[in-house]
Design a protein around this ligand. Structure first.
Ligand code: S3P
Length: 174
């Protein structure tokens, strides 16, 4: 079975949806940010502060290259992952990509106090403007990269819809 790969903005709930999906489908779950933090023994915030964004993007690319040979996993990615086309190509080798799509207001509401450890949002910055700018830059890439766009209003419903699609996929193991 192909991997189920979740893409989308910070605050779209990729990690929560990914964990619930993995449990429901009895598949292993990987969160690329968590894997990077574990390997570096540092938080994403610390990696950005100490080494900068380019270094983090290199770590992301390394992780995704490794994951490209996996099958049958649920993989949740960082919000900037698909801005590098090589990452998209690697993820698509053995995976179907689902874009969890939200508007800025929903993302802002979800992020709330979870802005910590998200260095691109910055503690003192205006959250909505930053989210809007990132979404403007990324929306077309998320859509172009995705095999399926999921209008992501309710996390439980999102889990059910992706699980149903993954079930249909059993007929087509390619
Ligand atoms: C980022 C999103 C974060 C994390 C890093 C950069 C981004 O992941 O990878 O802070 O560029 O959008 P989440 O989308 O899981 O918050």
């Amino acid at each position: 079975m192909k991997n189920i790969v979740l893409i989308g903005m910070m605050g779209s709930g990729k990690s929560s949806v990914g964990k619930a999906l993995a449990q429901k489908l009895q598949r292993p779950f990987i969160d690329t940010d968590a894997l990077i933090e574990q390997r570096e023994s540092k938080s994403i915030q610390e990696i950005f502060e100490l080494y900068g964004e380019n270094y983090f993007r290199k770590l992301e690319q390394d992780v995704v290259r490794e994951l490209a040979v996996y099958d049958n996993h649920v993989i949740s990615t960082g919000g900037g992952m698909v801005m590098n086309q090589q990452n998209v190509d690697s993820l698509k080798l053995h995976g179907k990509l689902f874009y969890l799509r939200n508007g800025v207001e929903e993302l802002e509401a979800r992020l709330g106090s979870a802005r910590d450890n998200r260095p691109l949002l910055g503690a003192g910055k205006e959250l909505r403007d930053t989210l809007q700018r990132l979404l403007d830059q990324r929306e077309s890439v998320y859509i172009a990269s995705a095999d399926t766009v999921i209008e992501n209003q309710d996390l439980e419903e999102t889990v059910m819809r992706i699980a149903a699609l993954a079930d249909c996929d059993k007929e087509d193991p390619a």
